[in-house]
Design a protein around this ligand. Structure first.
Ligand code: FES
Length: 98
């Protein structure tokens, strides 16, 4: 199990490797929109990865393409529906401007 810390609340949850960030976030009781059903076709699950970026699954071409079109994207950006937990701790920030 890996620890996921969710900001700005600071809530922590233990997550099995391979679990999508959006599943872990919503299972913890936090709210994160998923308007395309987690297919990588919208920007509602845009989050910043504050720590642990390298332990997450690699972003596929479709995720990169979607992120390229999002206002406010940065090197910390991932789509929570596409990124999957690895073996190490991750800190994710739910964005208020999405
Ligand atoms: S929920 Fe639409 S891209 Fe993640």
């Amino acid at each position: 199990m890996s620890v996921l810390t969710i900001m700005p609340s600071g809530k922590t949850t233990e997550v099995s490797p391979g679990t999508s960030l959006i599943s872990a976030i919503t299972a913890s009781g936090e709210t994160l929109a998923c308007t395309c059903g987690g297919q990588g076709g919208c920007e509602s699950s845009h989050v910043f990865i504050l720590e642990g970026r390298k332990t997450l699954s690699k972003a596929e071409r479709t995720e990169h393409a979607m992120l390229d079109g999002i206002v406010g994207v940065s090197s910390k950006s991932r789509l929570a529906c596409q990124a999957r937990m690895g073996e190490e701790a991750v800190t994710v920030e739910i964005l208020s401007f999405v």
